[in-house]
Design a protein around this ligand. Structure first.
Ligand code: SF4
Ligand code: SF4
Length: 469
């Protein structure tokens, strides 16, 4: 026997007790120092069982039962491999992130859609014919997998710029799931500018769960970071739109910060806490803007690597919207540096629910049956890799060309966590965001590590969890 490598031990402030967590089993206990000492003796004391009294033996049994003690390292490694295999092949929930369009009515400074100059001339929009084909493909998948749950997330570009396709697919997929007894949830990740009660009316009958909108700081900062194409601010209109619908559906607020804007977030939180719809915000979470490794581009331009590495700008997903919220595909994107912990605490102080910063993965890129579909019907492994043809893993029309096979094999082999050694966070991190690794390290096969941020999140998580035990 030996202690699991996934144990985390967190002393609780102002008390003698210790918070014990196993990230693999998600077991959480508040124990006395004696129990931690006992755990330390496992594997190092010969004939340990013979040295224990009844109380210690009972504690040992509990530790084994909750996964804090395992047979040996090899057995635990095997269980971890099995876990990632099961996550990858899980068919219980079919997930679809649908990019209705790559067009956007915003001109965010940091967005890597790369179409700011030509006003969407190159940005695609899904046609109704492709939407119908997509529904057929999805129905086929539902029958093939026999999933009991289906999650539909509309994303873009700005998904509300292609409402006919949204409404048509939501309605048809709702019928398809209801006919098959499948539970369906529909979410929309939107910039919020076109979010109206009429949009809610149209989606409400089709499993509407919520909307995730993005606010990038206090009103002035947001208007600077997320202007309209004509340069006008957008903050006031988004807030007004949220006010009109917040009582009818879940609203999640996300935001993207960098070192220049992070200090404006407490003012944004104060503003949100003072609104009459504050109680309707189901989650508020912020994440850092994904940056490329240092370049020679001028200040103010945040370049992000085109996935294909061919120097063309990505025509794909607006990563500004990916990330925590509304049950989106990218609930794990918000990992980075100590500013994350600061904003998480500021968010909690105002009474908003937020990501705990510990349970961050494995994200959708590790799930075979979490599909992202681009406007032309191409399939991608995750929203962060859309819009770049060489990253497509297939097409809803069934075509499978050599570049699809290559990309699919590349994503299939994704296991950056294997380079993470004995890190206790592997089950809840899986090596971090592969898109961030690609942008920051030049390869998605290396971990994008923000362990410091997870360690500090764990301390806060432990304090909170301990008060509820
Ligand atoms: S790799 Fe990154 S962008 Fe893609 S699903 Fe995972 S967390 Fe989201
Ligand atoms: S990326 Fe870092 S925190 Fe995540 S599992 Fe690997 S070493 Fe641990």
């Amino acid at each position: 026997m030996q202690p699991s490598i996934f144990n985390k031990v967190v002393p609780l402030a102002g008390r003698d007790d210790i918070f014990l967590m196993n990230t693999f089993t998600d077991a959480q206990l508040v124990v006395s120092r004696d129990v931690v000492d006992l755990l330390d003796r496992v594997g190092t004391t010969p004939n340990l069982a013979g040295t224990l009294d009844d109380t210690e033996r009972s504690a040992l049994r509990d530790l084994i039962e909750h996964g804090f003690i395992v047979k040996d390292r090899a057995t635990e490694q095997k269980a971890l491999n099995r876990f990632f295999h099961d996550v990858r092949e899980d068919t219980s929930e079919l997930r679809l992130t649908l990019l209705t369009t790559l067009q956007c009515n915003f001109a965010c400074d940091y967005c890597f859609q790369g179409d700011h100059g030509d006003y969407n001339l190159r940005a695609e929009k899904m046609s109704m014919a492709t939407a119908h084909r997509l529904c057929e493909w999805l129905e086929m998948k539902l029958d093939e997998l026999g999933s009991s749950q289906f999650s539909l997330t509309f994303f873009g570009g700005e998904p509300l710029l292609n409402q006919p396709v949204m409404f048509e697919t939501a309605e048809r997929l709702w019928r398809a799931t209801q006919d098959r007894g499948v539970e369906m949830r529909t979410n929309v990740i939107t910039n919020g500018l076109l979010l109206t009660p009429e949009v809610v009316d149209r989606l409400e009958p089709f499993g509407l769960d919520g909307f995730k909108i993005t606010l990038d700081g206090d009103p002035q900062t947001h208007d600077r970071m997320r202007p309209l194409r004509g340069g006008q601010g957008t903050f006031d209109r988004i807030i007004e739109n949220v006010r009109r619908v917040a009582h009818r559906c879940n609203i999640t607020v996300g935001g993207n910060f960098d070192e220049d804007t992070v200090d404006s977030y407490p003012a944004l939180l104060d503003f949100l806490a003072a609104q009459d719809f504050a109680d309707s915000l189901v989650q508020v979470s912020f994440k850092p803007i994904v940056r490329e490794k240092p370049t020679t581009l001028p200040p103010g331009v945040i370049p992000l690597t085109a996935v294909g590495g061919d120097n063309k700008p990505l025509g794909g997903t607006c990563m500004s919207s990916a990330g925590s919220g509304a049950g989106s595909a990218c609930d794990s994107c918000n990992l980075l540096d100590t500013k994350m912990s600061y904003l998480r605490e500021e968010t909690k102080k105002r009474g908003f629910a937020t990501m705990d910063g510990v349970h961050m993965g494995p994200c959708d890129i590790h799930r075979r049956h979490a599909y992202t579909v681009g406007p032309d019907g191409s399939l991608y492994a995750c929203p962060g890799f859309t819009g770049q043809p060489t990253a497509a893993t297939g097409h809803i029309n069934g075509e499978l060309e050599e570049h699809h096979r290559r990309a699919a094999a590349d994503f299939d082999s994704l296991a950056a966590w294997k380079s993470c050694g004995d890190c206790a966070f592997i089950p809840v991190c899986a090596g971090g965001c592969s898109v961030a690794a690609h942008s920051e390290l030049g390869t998605m096969h290396k971990p994008s590590c923000h362990k410091e941020s997870m360690e500090s999140a764990l301390v806060s998580f432990a304090e909170e969890a301990a008060t509820q035990m």
